[in-house]
Design a protein around this ligand. Structure first.
Ligand SMILES: Cc1cc2nc3c(=O)[nH]c(=O)nc-3n(C[C@H](O)[C@H](O)[C@H](O)COP(=O)(O)OP(=O)(O)OC[C@H]3O[C@@H](n4cnc5c(N)ncnc54)[C@H](O)[C@@H]3O)c2cc1C
Length: 466
């Protein structure tokens, strides 16, 4: 019998390892591992964990129609997962394990350990790539991993005209179901915590993710380049949670776009595909540079920055009470909706790591703990980009001024007023930076930091690192 292990690839279609596992018709079991300790260590948000359980309910129905059993395995730590999987295999006479690669260091280590014990117990272990590219196959002209996004994306676009976009067929229906299906636990039973949150805005089936993409292609993608930075508009796909849990693959998404629209520089669809390539880039970087999964800067000299230990300011940043309207609106968007607009992720991350000079890893963790689309590679990449410690990141001296960003991307304060109700009656000419009198009359706090001097402080901190 064969075993397929789910990870961040909760889909039936275009799932290479699941398909391969179905080919020999020897009976197939799919396994989902619930590992509370690992999720705690990695800071996975309850919203994301719940979204995965909702997705699994639907996946289970599809698996039943394919005569594939879905089993849940409870594990106590990622270090114990290989032994737990091995026990499962022994109990159920599993001869072959199939899974798709994951790139963060802990997951890679787990899979290496699993592969070794499989070898010892004569279980065949087969690992596949489910991203756009196999990271080992894409190198620069000197045979080294790319460290700059633009040449990487050019290479990916070249490869797109070869076969990297070919999708894997659906898994074959098995002759009969071998094991009983397990019940998918409720969030409370799986993780001892409850979450009162509506998932209406986030697809949790493959078909609804594809529908969302179709709607986005039909209504917004052509204006994506123009409007994607305006947080008050719904001008982006809002598919990040679907990508993060694997309801939809990069290949499926790019193919759908290309089937409907020409892929020309300057078009909205070209820009959107570039964002998908950013996602792939950060996965690729995580694979080739394992230090980023170990809490280190990509650029090791910035491991020596002396960050400020300022818990009070950090809490104000988390709660959206910094006195900078766009920062507060953004952080409240995250806290209330479990999602944040990309432009705002950059502005808030830069504000924390530069103006407040607080260790970007604290912000990275807070995002992971709250985002429904938390994805280690993209989150780490985005944080290190903003903190100037990362691959191809923003230079340390180019620090966004949050007020200027606010004037540019939320000129009428529509977004600010949506999330900071204290400022609904703020005079329009003060919305980005209310006067002391207005702040006091609206009960809105003073800024927790002076933007000018804190900018210089950050530049000095970075400059002092040789
Ligand atoms: C500090 C910081 C933290 C971030 N954390 C995450 C995270 O945990 N998970 C996550 O999926 N994205 C993260 N991003 C990237 C980006 O902000 C989100 O992917 C995007 O806002 C999701 O909205 P959307 O689905 O409407 O994106 P769209 O604009 O419609 O883009 C389509 C898809 O492309 C990918 N994408 C878009 N922008 C980026 C980017 N800059 N980097 C990598 N992939 C991108 C996403 O999968 C997204 O769904 C982070 C960015 C920053 C600056």
């Amino acid at each position: 019998m064969n075993l397929f292990i789910f990870s961040e690839d909760l889909r039936i279609e275009d799932n290479k390892a699941l398909y391969e596992a179905s080919l020999d018709q020897n009976g197939l079991v799919a396994l989902y591992i619930i590992d509370k300790a690992k999720n705690n260590d990695h800071g996975d948000s309850l919203a994301k964990l719940k979204l995965k359980l909702l997705a699994l309910e639907k996946i289970k129905e599809s698996l039943i129609s394919l005569n594939i059993s879905l089993k849940i395995l409870y594990s106590k730590a990622i270090s114990e997962e290989p032994a737990d999987i091995l026990n499962f295999c022994k109990q159920n006479e599993i001869k072959n394990i199939f899974l798709n690669s994951e790139y963060p260091f802990n997951e890679r280590q787990r899979n290496e350990k699993l592969q070794n014990i499989c070898h010892e117990f004569e279980i065949d272990f087969k690992e596949f790539d489910s991203q756009l590219i196999d990271p080992n196959q894409v190198k620069n002209n000197s045979g080294q991993p790319f460290k700059v996004f633009t040449p990487f994306s050019k290479r990916i676009r070249l490869l797109m005209s070869s076969d990297i976009l070919s999708e894997t067929p659906a898994p074959l229906k098995q002759k009969k179901i071998i094991l009983d299906q397990d019940t998918i636990p409720q969030l409370q039973d799986a993780y001892d915590q409850e979450l009162n949150f509506s998932f209406d805005d986030f697809p949790f089936t493959e078909s609804s993710a594809k529908r969302r993409l179709d709607e986005f292609i039909d209504s917004s993608i052509q204006n994506y380049k123009e409007f994607r930075d305006i947080p008050s508009l719904s001008a982006t796909s809002n598919l990040s949670s679907s990508f993060a849990i694997g309801l939809i693959s990069s290949k499926q998404a790019i193919n759908k776009v290309l089937a409907k629209l020409p892929h020309e520089i300057g078009t909205g669809q070209f820009t959107w595909i570039t964002e998908i390539i950013w996602r792939e880039f950060y996965k690729y970087i995580t694979y080739h540079f394992p230090q980023v999964s170990k809490g280190k800067s990509f650029n090791s000299k910035y491991d020596y920055i002396i960050w400020r230990n300022d818990e009070v300011s950090f809490q104000k940043w988390c709660e959206g009470k910094t006195g900078v309207p766009i920062i507060d609106a953004a952080m409240r968007q995250l806290n209330q909706t479990k999602w944040m607009h990309n432009r705002l992720r950059m502005i808030t991350a830069m504000f924390l790591s530069k103006n407040l000079l607080i260790d970007w890893r604290k912000g990275e963790r807070y995002f992971m703990e709250n985002l429904i689309d938390g994805d280690f590679c993209s989150n780490n990449g985005g944080w290190q980009w903003s903190a100037s410690t990362g691959v191809d990141s923003s230079p340390y001296f180019r620090i966004f001024n949050p007020i200027t960003q606010s004037e540019k991307f939320d000129p009428d304060g529509i977004f600010i007023k949506r999330f900071v109700p204290e400022l609904i009656d703020c005079p329009p000419n003060e919305i980005h930076n209310p006067s002391i009198e207005t702040r006091s009359s609206l009960n809105y706090p003073e800024m927790i930091v002076d933007l000018k001097s804190s900018r210089l402080r950050a530049i000095d901190a970075f400059k002092s690192i040789k």
